[in-house]
Design a protein around this ligand. Structure first.
Ligand code: HEC
Length: 109
């Protein structure tokens, strides 16, 4: 019974993390604003960049989602906007917890 109890507990913890109870949406949006991300992105409509909801959908259920998104918003990968290659903007933060919060907020949409 002890094993069953800890399994139940583990499942509960996993469910809690999937629900992203710890995400600070206000902090995430404030940092995105400060970093000019909303110039090209919106939560649910396409601008020059994809809607964050589309990105969330694209990566939902993928184990490497957080890793990929973190790299995308910190390593300035080359992207193409209307045929023109440019560097993707990096988030204005070097705080791993702040960046993780942004990535988890996007994935919660
Ligand atoms: C000049 C316009 C522009 C700005 C500013 C911009 N982005 Fe983007 N972003 C794009 C475009 C275009 C894409 C699509 C790139 C692709 O799919 O190759 C993209 C893609 C993304 C993706 C999805 C990556 C993927 O793998 O699907 C995320 C997440 C993202 N941007 C976050 C941000 C954040 C966070 C900021 C602010 C630091 C930001 N963007 C600023 C244009 C922009």
């Amino acid at each position: 019974m002890k094993i069953l109890a800890s399994l139940t507990l583990a499942a509960g913890l996993m469910a809690a993390s999937f629900a992203n109870a710890a995400v600070d949406a206000d902090a995430a949006q404030a940092l995105l604003k400060k970093s000019d991300c909303f110039k090209c992105h919106a939560i649910d409509k396409k601008k020059d960049g994809p809607a964050f909801k589309e990105t969330s959908k694209k990566y939902k259920g993928k184990a490497d989602a957080e890793d990929k998104l973190t790299k995308h918003i910190t390593l300035e990968p080359t992207i193409e906007i209307e045929g023109k290659k440019e560097k993707h903007k990096a988030i204005k933060s070097t705080d791993a917890a702040e960046i993780k919060n942004v990535v988890q907020w996007i994935m919660s949409l």
